[in-house]
Design a protein. Structure first.
Length: 248
């Protein structure tokens, strides 16, 4: 029997009403450990609002969001981050005037120890973590570079790295390959495919080739509801999906 424990994320009956308009309307879906789930759907379907609800930026009107069995709908945004959820917004929010190294370093979660003697040890730990993440995000050669000088794609990777260094159990990305070259999209797919050990990823994307390269399962949203769900192969051949989304 499948129990709620098998899911990292369980969204059930989730609804948000903006002045009577239900941007998300009785939505339910479940994400497993190690899964890359992609949410697709036409503009205005409610995709970004779902991420806003999960990270606590927007408060639900009804329904439940359970993360590792813990109810998120009443938790504050910082408490949700602390529980292990990292979210990347559509526009990269990096510190342009700082170096790649510094951007990663300031994102490293600090412990609460006040012992000065630990400072050296801690910085060695930070350096190791920064180098490990820089390697994952293809920026090892650019650690000393001012972030503002990176390409658009590299800035997107840096922001993903700033989340990865916090070791989230659930990483949420809103249109991560928008504006990227084909080569950068391929590398981003490679990056996401290698970071899913003990971690789930929830991605919103429109680029069908990219979705094909990363999705374990796809949830298609339309008018705040799930229109279809399953493998990429299943949803792209679902007549309902072709009608409202892929056919256009
Ligand atoms: P998607 O990401 O699928 O394109 P969104 O989740 O951004 O769609 O938006 C879904 C709908 O909800 C849109 O009609 C949008 O205008 C509306 N909406 C989103 N956030 C708010 C808000 N804070 N207040 C009012 N309406 C909103
Ligand atoms: Mg959106």
């Amino acid at each position: 029997m499948v129990t709620q424990k098998d899911f990292v994320l369980a969204v059930e009956g989730l609804t948000v009403s903006f002045d009577g308009f239900k941007a998300v309307n009785d939505l339910s879906f479940y994400v497993e450990e190690g899964e890359i789930r992609v949410i697709i759907g036409p503009n205005g379907a409610g995709k970004t609002t779902v991420l806003d609800l999960i990270c606590g930026k927007t408060r639900s009107t009804e329904g439940s969001i359970k993360f590792r069995g813990k109810e998120l709908t009443k938790m504050s945004e910082p408490a949700i981050v602390h529980s292990g959820i990292g979210r990347k917004f559509q526009n990269p929010s990096i510190y342009e005037e700082l170096t790649v190294f510094e951007n990663l370093e300031i994102s490293f979660p600090r412990g609460h120890s006040v012992f000065g003697a630990l400072a050296f040890k801690r910085s060695a730990e930070v350096i190791a973590a920064v180098e490990e993440v820089a390697d994952e995000i293809f920026l090892s050669e650019h650690l000393g570079k001012t972030a503002g000088l990176l390409s658009h794609g590299q800035k997107q990777w840096l922001e993903i790295g700033m989340l990865l260094i916090q070791k989230p159990d659930l990483l949420m990305l809103d249109e991560p390959v928008a504006g990227m070259s084909v080569a950068e999209r391929k590398k981003t797919a490679e990056l996401l495919n290698k970071i899913t050990q003990n971690r789930s990823v929830l991605v919103i994307e429109h680029d069908m080739q990219f979705v094909e390269d990363i999705a374990h399962r796809v949830t298609v949203m339309h008018q705040g509801k799930v229109l279809s769900e399953g493998s990429m192969d299943f949803v792209k051949n679902d007549p309902k999906v072709v009608e409202v989304y892929l056919g256009h």
